[in-house]
Design a protein around this ligand. Structure first.
Ligand SMILES: [Zn+2]
Length: 415
C-alpha cells in the first residue's frame, strides 16, 4: 500500500464533516492535483469525545461513497503507541507511530557501539546533494544521536512489527512521529534517525520531525520563518539522500503535524516541494471543529445561541480545558472577551472573531485557541450539539469546505 505524493490529514471531532472535507479536496483535485485525503484521529481525541476508531472508518467510507471519490484515501491511527494500537488494527490503514516519549531513553552499550560502527563511512564532511554546506559528522556526534534516538526508533520497530503481524506486510502505511517534544530535530539528526529506521526494517512512508518554532493549536506559526525554511529544505534533501542511501521506501516524505493553520510557512513548504518535485503530508487537526462553531454562529438563532453557550462554558472552565494542551497553546486571558460581551454579538461578529483571517480586525487568536481546546464542552452538550450541527449542516458544511479549500489547499498548492 502506497501513499500518494500529496496527502492531507483532516481531523473531525464529531464525525459529521467527512463529506465537506472531501469536497474541499475534490475541488482542489479538479486542478489536476491528486491529493489523497487521510482522516486522522488520535487515541486521546477518541477518549475525549467517546468515539471509537471504527467511527472514523465509517465516516471516511461513507463520504467517499456519497461523493463517488475514486482516488486513494486512508484512515490514520494518529499518535498511537504499543499500549493503544490494538484498537485501531481493523479500522485503520495508516498508522502514526508516536515514539517521542522514547527519545533519550537509554540503549545498551553494544547497540550504540554497533550503530556507531555502521556509520563509519559517513564520518568527516558528508555531502548531501543540494545542501550548501557539507554536514560535519564526528564519532561523538553519532554517539550522541545514537544515545538520543536508538530507543525511540526501536520502539517504532516494535510497533511496526506488531502491525505487520496483525495486518500483514504491505497492507498499511507507516508514519513515524517525533513532533511532540520541545527540542527540534536537526537535519543531521533526521539523517541518522532514518538510518536507524532502515536498519530496523521500518518502511516509513512519512516522517514527522519536530521543526523549529511554535506550532500552537489552530493559529499561525510562531518562530523564525527563515530558519524554518532552511530546516525544511534540508530535511527534504536529507530524505532524498536517505531513501537512496539506506533503501527506504521511495515514497518517503515529510509529514507536518501543523496543529492547523500555519499559514505563514505554507508558501515556504509550497516553494520547496515544487523546487525539488517532492511530496508532502500535512495534518490539519482541529480546524473542522472550529468551523462547526463558526457555522453555528453564522446560522444565527439557536445556532448562534449554542455558539455563545460554548464560549461561556469554555471561559468558565478554561483552566480545566487548557490544561492538557498547555504546551501547544498561548492564550493571553486579558484579551478574551467577557461572556456578556460575546452574548451581545451578532453571528457575523462571532464568526469573524473566531475565523482565522489574520487581517480581519475582529479576529482574536486567544478566543480561537480557547474554543479550539473546548470541544469537550460540545461533547458534553451531547445530542443537543449533534442535532444542532445536523440542523445547520448546510452552512456548517460550507464553512468546513471553504476553510480547507480556501485557506489551506489554495495556499499550499498555489491554486
Ligand atoms: Zn503530531
Amino acid at each position: 500500500m502506497k501513499l500518494g505524493k500529496y496527502s492531507i490529514g483532516t481531523g473531525d471531532r464529531f464525525s459529521h464533516q467527512g463529506q465537506a472535507q472531501l469536497r474541499a479536496i475534490m475541488h482542489a483535485n479538479k486542478s489536476g492535483l491528486d491529493i489523497s485525503p487521510v482522516w486522522n484521529k488520535s487515541n486521546r481525541e477518541h477518549t475525549y469525545v467517546h468515539t471509537v476508531p471504527q467511527d472514523t472508518r465509517n465516516e471516511a467510507d461513507a463520504a467517499v461513497a456519497a461523493l463517488g471519490f475514486k482516488g486513494k484515501y486512508f484512515v490514520d491511527a494518529d499518535h498511537i503507541n504499543l499500549s493503544n494500537v490494538a484498537a485501531f488494527v481493523d479500522s485503520s490503514d495508516f498508522f502514526t507511530l508516536d515514539v517521542a516519549s522514547f527519545i533519550g531513553k537509554p540503549s545498551s552499550e553494544s547497540e550504540v557501539k554497533a550503530f556507531v560502527n555502521s556509520c563509519h563511512k559517513y564520518i568527516g564532511k558528508l555531502i548531501i546533494p543540494g545542501v550548501k554546506v557539507p554536514l560535519l559528522v564526528t564519532i561523538e556526534l553519532i554517539e550522541k544521536v545514537a544515545g538520543k534516538f536508538l530507543a525511540a526508533t526501536q520502539q517504532a520497530a516494535d510497533i511496526y512489527n506488531f502491525l505487520k503481524k496483525a495486518k500483514g506486510e504491505g497492507n498499511f502505511i507507516t508514519e513515524v512521529s517525533m513532533d511532540e517534544v520541545e527540542t527540534p530535530q536537526t537535519p543531521i539528526e533526521l539523517l541518522f534517525i532514518l538510518k536507524m529506521l532502515a536498519d530496523k526494517g521500518v518502511p516509513a512512508q512519512t516522517i514527522a520531525p519536530k521543526f523549529t518554532g511554535r506550532f500552537n493549536k489552530g493559529v499561525d506559526y510562531k518562530g523564525d520563518v527563515d530558519q524554518f525554511a532552511k530546516e525544511f529544505e534540508e530535511d527534504v534533501l536529507v530524505i532524498d539522500f536517505a531513501v537512496k542511501e539506506f533503501g527506504l521506501p521511495a515514497e518517503l516524505k515529510l509529514s507536518i503535524h501543523s496543529g492547523s493553520d500555519k499559514f505563514s510557512i505554507y508558501p515556504v513548504m509550497a516553494a520547496v516541494i515544487k523546487k525539488y518535485d517532492k511530496g508532502l503530508h500535512l495534518k490539519t487537526a482541529g480546524t473542522t471543529w472550529l468551523e462547526e462553531v463558526i457555522g453555528l454562529a453564522v446560522a444565527g438563532g439557536d445556532g448562534l445561541e449554542a455558539a455563545k453557550y460554548i464560549y461561556a462554558d469554555s471561559l468558565n472552565r478554561s483552566e480545566e480545558l487548557c490544561g492538557p494542551y498547555a504546551d501547544v497553546i498561548e492564550i493571553d486571558t486579558t484579551k478574551l472577551p467577557t461572556i456578556e460581551e460575546v452574548n451581545s454579538w451578532s453571528g457575523e461578529k462571532y464568526a469573524n472573531t473566531l475565523r482565522h483571517i489574520p487581517g480581519n480586525p475582529d479576529y482574536n487568536a486567544n478566543f480561537r485557541q480557547l474554543i479550539h481546546v473546548a470541544y469537550k464542552v460540545a461533547y458534553e452538550m451531547g445530542d443537543k450539539y449533534i442535532k444542532m450541527i445536523e440542523k445547520h449542516a448546510d452552512v456548517v458544511g460550507q464553512c468546513v469546505e471553504e476553510n480547507i479549500y480556501d485557506r489551506h489547499l489554495k495556499r499550499l498548492f498555489n491554486l
